[in-house]
Design a protein. Sequence first.
Length: 255
Amino acid sequence: MSGLEARAIVEAELRRELFGPLGSENPSGKAVDCSSGTLTFATAEESRGQFHDSTTLQEILTIGTPLTRYGIGVLYSGASTGGTAIGESGDEDIDLTGIPGLAHNEEDPDGPPIEIQGALRHDEADSDDFDLTDANSFKPSAMAISFQCRIPADGSLALTVRGAHYEKLNVHIPGVSRPVDWWRRRPFILNGSVPGRVLINETNRLKIVDTTPEGDPPGIAPTTQVFSLDPPMSLGLSGCRNGEMPLGSGKIELV
């Protein structure tokens, strides 16, 4: 195994531990039928181990909740949804004039590299370890990315939002007085498009992007918003407006 291959394995496992499963990975554990929302085991021994949904092949969390299991990419409900839909204007059309754009690197690309002062020590461990146990204590309800691109007025920006929410399962285990809560992952995909003229002509205005789900509508309703600056733009995803659980994991993909 090469060093790059080993690093890829470590990176994938770390991402899986902090962020959640990828849609392309093989399911772990035993398959169980979750279609009724209830699981009943004949013995306590049968309820031990890892499980996944036999229909969707998605993971089932048997200990804790998605909020305590993952520390990255989690969104809570209750976000304030502002802005107006694309093609509309009104009193709720939030003016974001004054929001700074991307910082520019002042280093001269044609000059010599900047020399970093200080001695490099190898006798001490790195002090950049960080604790993610309180990552969700502030209950984040939105995430966003900023980027630069060139879009013609007659073109459009296509986007795909991939994420997941978790549904509660009532699990009956012999010897346990009351049902135990497990959680099954339910992924979703939302597609949307923003006309180029909106990004060019309606700068510094928060706009709501109309998205369409692939397949069955998800059990939550995340809101996708966009606002363009000159030159950068930002794309955001706010928390669900309904549904019992927030996003368990998700990402924004630009096509």
